[in-house]
Design a protein around this ligand. Structure first.
Ligand code: PEP
Length: 249
């Protein structure tokens, strides 16, 4: 069974003091919403802005929550160099970071990420022992034109060249569902994720759904057999709401 990974993506939200305030509340909310049926080996991950990585790596071990990790939202493919504004895998590894989002649709849409750069970032992350979360997904236009499958398959084919499928998480994030409140039907997300899995050489990969996940739709999403977790944007910013998502049952 693929491991369940419930991840937050804070995007460009929270200063250091706001991040510390989140974690001063989050453990209590986790305890308050914990249920008998909680899954033993579930991983909780929060991918934060670079400026919060070091401080949270110091703070999180003191919270007594062994299954909680801090992750990054991108990584460059070079070890170092003249790449102003970028962060390398060794920089993340030295902080003890283990997970990094790569190829988020906001990076592809607003910052010119291509399948080629996504592939380079994936390979560099893995070469340094990081576990990437590769984001794929179609636009509304592509969905309406019945191009969902062909688009996602082309993303996977290009992004996964020479990528190790034994150290990888995939997030299916339909672009039209991100930050819109317009969640993809759980059964439809399950169908697409099943198709993604059918294209992989390692069928045991954790595949998440992302796109307007909230505390009131998490139960239905996680009830789907192909879905092994979620990548949560807006709803991961609130400690009570995200704790309810983590403890979805
Ligand atoms: C995301 O940022 O990956 C995301 C899915 O955002 P939201 O949950 O806000 O739709």
């Amino acid at each position: 069974m693929p491991k369940i990974v419930i991840a937050g993506n804070w995007k460009m939200y929270k200063t250091q003091s706001e991040a510390k305030a989140f974690f001063s509340e989050f453990p209590a909310h986790l305890k308050a919403t914990a249920s008998q049926a909680a899954i033993a080996d579930q991983q909780i991950l929060i991918c934060v802005p670079y400026t919060n990585l070091a401080i949270l790596q110091t703070l999180v071990p003191s919270l007594g929550q062994n299954n909680l990790s801090i992750g990054a939202q991108n990584v460059h493919w070079a070890e170092n160099g003249a790449f102003t504004g970028e962060i390398s895998a060794p920089m993340l590894v030295e902080l003890g970071i283990k997970y990094v989002i790569i190829g988020h649709s906001e990076r592809r849409q607003f910052f010119g990420e291509t399948d080629e750069t996504v592939n380079k970032r994936l390979k560099s992350a893995q070469a340094h022992g990081l576990t990437p979360i590769l984001c794929v997904g179609e636009s509304k236009q592509q969905r309406d034109a019945n191009e969902t499958e062909s688009w996602i398959f082309s993303q996977l084919a290009a992004d996964l060249v020479d990528v190790d499928q034994n150290n990888l998480i995939i997030a299916y994030e339909p672009i039209w569902a991100i930050g819109t409140g317009d969640t993809c039907e759980a059964t439809e997300a399950n169908r697409v994720i099943g198709l993604i899995r059918s294209k992989l050489s390692n069928r045991d990969i954790t595949i998440q759904y992302g796109g307007s996940v909230k505390s009131d739709n998490i139960d239905e999403i996680m009830a789907q057999p192909e879905i092994n977790g979620v990548l949560v944007g807006g709803a991961s910013l609130d400690p009570a709401g995200f704790a309810r998502i983590v403890n979805y049952r």
